[in-house]
Design a protein around this ligand. Structure first.
Ligand code: ADP
Length: 419
């Protein structure tokens, strides 16, 4: 239980840190690209301003021909494409690497599979008259390459980081789970000790009540009438103590025994049904078990029978007279599927996740009146999990409930039994 808690904590830790890592890298890349784009735009705007005085205007036509003949200063190495357009957007001149002959107003990004560049265009005036545009374009190839390099480096580092985080997570989750584990063992010991301590006084009360009844035949009628109440309470208390001791034993790794026997689950279910048939008849509830496939599973017969009887007891408790309870068993190849459905009162949706918790009861008074302790389903779940199976529940308020249990076929489970 705690081993799986530790692995679960480690898994969540690694999963969450991986998500944080992936989001951080993705945001880093995004920020890097955004910042580089901003810098390129600034550089293009500065360049346009620097070039503006060098533009010669002849007959209202702007030109950089003369400037392009001159030896250039260091920043103008022609990594940029410089274009001059007329006021209607017709390309007049192009200097530097070949660019796309389209005038884009303001900043623009050209992005296609082969080419990725930023473009900046600004109008040129002679006095107040618009005589054309200068447009500068710079390829983002280098920036893209740096960003890809960064992404690849982070991806290469990721498995090492995850491995390190996994190891750290495993150590820390072990430390975090330790106090919970200790607390749980203290509680378990307490439950087991309290159970043992309580069994003796319960047995003494029962023996004395019986002796009183036997030795005092003339006991006042009203006092005699109280004896059944005492016996019922003793029964309830004894069952409760037994259930608590069973639960604490099942969850203690020390008392785990490998008791895997091959057994015919179909036969086991049929026996449990037959044993309870009379009780159902008394309550005028029909108990049907027509489809029980012969399925052999590995497990412990006594605890598996407890699963079936607990589920049947619940079906009986929470189904009104005239109802029907149906038991089915199928062989699904890799799993055995046991279903117990009733046409009873059903369970409200908000209670469904809680019914396997200890002492949880939807309707305390109904459960108590029927002799329930709220431990039945916790025991069922613990036994099923010890057999590496799982239990599911579906219910509709007022219509009925179906419990479905899956047992793996062919594995050797660790089962737990009270000694
Ligand atoms: P209890 O001893 O009270 O029956 P369980 O652990 O067996 O305790 O069940 C927990 C609660 O789940 C019950 O109190 C009841 O409210 C609900 N429950 C269990 N089985 C059924 C069922 N077949 N139909 C309706 N409610 C059920």
């Amino acid at each position: 239980m705690f081993r799986s808690l530790r692995w679960r904590l480690t898994f969540w830790f690694v999963l969450l840190t991986s998500i944080v890592y992936a989001v951080t890298v993705a945001s880093g890349l995004w920020l890097f690209r955004a910042e580089m784009t901003r810098l390129v735009d600034e550089e293009l705007a500065d360049l346009a301003d620097e070039l503006r005085p060098s533009i010669a205007i002849k007959n209202n036509v702007p030109s950089l021909e003369e400037w392009s003949m001159k030896p250039r200063r260091v920043p103008f190495k022609f990594t940029q494409t410089i274009q001059i357009y007329d006021p209607r957007g017709k390309l007049l001149e192009q200097h530097g690497p070949h660019g796309i002959p389209i005038l884009y107003l303001n900043e623009h990004e050209i992005k296609d599979p082969l080419y990725h560049a930023r473009v900046y265009a600004t109008p040129l005036f002679d006095g107040k008259k618009l005589i054309g545009y200068i447009q500068i374009e710079l390829s983002l190839k280098n920036i893209e390459r740096s960003a890809n390099q960064f992404g690849q480096t982070m991806a290469i580092l990721a498995p090492f980081l995850l491995l390190g985080l996994g190891a750290a997570g495993f150590v820390f989750s072990g430390k975090a789970a330790q106090p919970i584990e200790e607390g749980f063992h203290v509680l378990q010991r307490f439950m087991s000790d309290a159970g043992h301590e309580l069994s003796t006084p319960i047995a003494i009360i029962q023996a004395n009540a019986e002796a009183m009844e036997a030795e005092l035949p003339d006991l006042d009628e009203s006092l005699k009438g109280r004896l059944p109440v005492i016996y019922r309470s003793i029964d309830r208390m004894a069952n409760l103590v037994q259930d608590l001791m069973l639960l604490s034993k099942m969850e203690s790794p020390v008392s785990r025994k490998n008791l895997a026997h091959q057994l015919d689950l179909g036969r086991l279910v049929r026996h449990a049904v037959e044993e309870m048939q009379e009780l159902f008849k008394t309550e005028l509830i029909e108990l049907k078990a027509e489809n029980l496939a012969p399925v052999t599973i590995s497990g412990d017969a006594e605890s598996l029978k407890r699963v079936v009887t607990n589920l049947l007891q619940n079906a009986l408790r929470y189904t009104d007279k005239g109802g029907v309870v149906q038991v089915g068993l199928e062989n699904l190849g890799r799993h055995a599927k046991l279903t117990i459905s009733d046409t009873g009162i059903g369970i409200p949706p908000e209670s469904l996740p809680l019914i396997f918790d200890r002492f949880y009861r939807v309707d305390k008074s109904r459960s108590r009146a029927q002799g329930g302790s709220g431990l039945g389903l916790s025991i069922v779940k613990a036994i099923i999990e010890a057999h590496k199976g799982r239990i599911e529940v579906e219910s509709k308020l007022g219509s009925g409930t179906t419990f479905t249990v899956f047992f793996p076929l062919g594995s050797r489970p660790i089962t737990l039994l009270p000694s």
